[in-house]
Ligand binder design. Sequence first.
Ligand code: NAD
Length: 358
Amino acid sequence: MFKDIDNLGHESVVFHHDKSTNLKTIVGIHDTTLGPALGGVRIWDYENEEQAINDVLRLSKGMTFKAAYSGIDCGGGKSVIIGDVKKIKTEALLRSYGRFIESLGGCYITAPDVNTDIYDLALVSKETKHAAGLPAFCGGSDDPSEFTAYGVLMGIKAAIKHVFDSDSICGRKILVEGVGKVGKYLVSYLSKEGAEIYVTDISKKAIEDVSKNFKVKVVKPNDIYDLDLDVYSPCALGAILNDSTIKKLKCKIVAGGANNQLEIPEKHDLMLKKKNILYAPDFVVNTGGLLNVYNEYIGNYNRKTTFALVERVYDRCLKLFKKSQDLNISTNELAESICLERISSIRKAGLSYSKVCI
Ligand code: NAD
């Protein structure tokens, strides 16, 4: 375990167990050079503890890149709570988790993620100042998913502009995989732009919801590889770009909201490049939710300004695609190097936020 932590470069990983609520949680603090580590709390019924540790390590590292690329002053962190959400999620457990987060002294700020929502965070925030992504009735900014989806739309537009030399989405064949919170908002944006939309999801209810409200063609998850697409937009789970899926994928662009889409980043970004598929790195395009939560945390939240900030994903992507083409390196490798450069320049200049917080 310590070898993995060392390899991925984490500053600290904290384990906590509270007997009375049976809370089992792990917080991964990857890098706090730019600011306190910010990232959501995920509740998941992992098959074993090793899986939970891997998840928190991968996800928190991804948050470092996401924050660094979007230019905000925070670092990367994430936490997981181990267990079946249907059985364990109680007010007592969430508040106990909040009290533990408070004990970290502000080096990690928690927020919603898979299986936790703004209302859960309202309970967490009863015990800690270091929670964001709260409902409006608690002075928060409400569901961040709309902002995430807007950033993904900007990424898709920029990718279409780069590949087809026109950023019109009208008539483009786009598949949205996973029509949950982010996917549904994305479908709404895409339908306003006149795209030919395909959707897939393992949840019957999610498919019914989206089909009721928008003109979409429904595809079974295993059949998506039969489609010839302009854009494949993964908005479900991570590691979806791997040896077996990339071989089957027929599309010109991958741009979606899911975190950690590349199973092995340094391998699978190259596989996509070799297939001439333009990959819009997840941590560049799905930053809208983070920007929203960050703006809430620093105070004076303004919805309009936040949308304007998210809109900048378009220019950032265009620049990234052009430069990666000029340098003939993968978009993911280039984006990661831009993040590392920002972090290291701040550190070298002695401007680092990092502190020993535990
Ligand atoms: P969600 O749980 O609301 O939606 C995910 C959807 O994906 C669900 O409808 C689920 O049934 C579906 N799904 C799961 N496995 C699938 C599969 N194998 N094939 C097809 N569909 C499948 O989650 P969300 O908040 O919409 O987040 C989606 C992704 O985006 C996650 O990876 C999350 O980490 C990431 N993300 C979300 C936000 C946000 O603001 N919500 C921000 C950044 C990143």
